[in-house]
Design a binder for this molecule. Structure first.
Ligand code: COA
Length: 193
């Protein structure tokens, strides 16, 4: 009996003093997530550059190159367009990540194109903030905004070697077809409320 009580005490103490908990309750994340605005355009370009350069094994492409290649520039050109929808994660004044959705016309599809009424996701987190749950939180936040806007599906393109694919699978995306050069196109049906 005493042993059981002691074990419980040790378990409770471990929970209480874990840095990610406060008095046994999970601590709130240090970031806030808000809608992306026109003024976030430059930051979204920064993150698009990170997305293009996701693999450390590749020669890094410059911001200028990303913005001069039509295939990648189309994700951010003229931000914000009328139907664009995005969120930004922030700690104090520092922007730490973003996720946004853009619709593409059938005549000018993105890499993850499914249909003109299915927006495509772009997501990036500042390198030093990765692996702490920011990406997942941004993904859920932008999907939430999309649901509120009546959007039924979200698509994306991701290289098969990019571990981001695990995040997408865990969040309900499924591969619907092979994409460009070692990529998959993934799709998620948003639950309508
Ligand atoms: C992909 C990205 C947005 C994920 O954001 P993040 O804040 O690092 O992700 P999270 O901490 O929320 O982790 C969510 C999941 O992502 C997966 N994941 C993403 N990158 C990973 C990595 N380098 N190693 C291991 N798992 C990784 C894991 O499944 C993880 O789940 P887990 O914590 O339960 O293991 C971020 O790593 C990033 O900006 N990468 C560069 C740009 C990019 O590749 N964008 C996607 C293009 S399709």
């Amino acid at each position: 009996m005493l042993r059981v009580q002691l074990d419980r005490y040790i378990a409770a103490a471990a929970t209480t003093f874990n840095s990610s908990t406060v008095m046994g309750m999970p601590a709130p994340p240090p970031w806030t997530i808000r809608p992306a605005t026109r003024e976030d355009g430059d930051f979204l370009v920064d993150m698009l550059v990170e997305v293009v350069n996701w693999s450390p094994e590749w020669k890094r492409k410059s911001r200028r190159r990303v913005l001069s290649a039509p295939g990648t520039a189309q994700y951010i050109a003229d931000w914000p367009r009328e139907n664009d929808l995005g969120v930004v994660g922030q700690v104090g004044d520092e922007r730490i990540g973003t996720a946004w959705l853009r619709f593409f016309p059938t005549a000018e599809p993105g890499y993850g194109f499914i249909a003109a009424d299915v927006p495509e996701l772009t997501i990036g987190v500042v390198a030093r903030w990765r692996g702490r749950g920011v990406g997942r939180a941004l993904l859920r936040a932008v999907e939430n905004e999309a649901q509120v806007a009546g959007i039924r599906q979200v698509s994306l393109s991701v290289e098969r070697k990019n571990l981001a694919q695990q995040l997408y699978r865990a969040e309900g995306y499924r591969v619907v077809r092979p994409g460009y050069a070692g990529s998959d196109v993934m799709l998620k049906d948003l639950v309508q409320t």
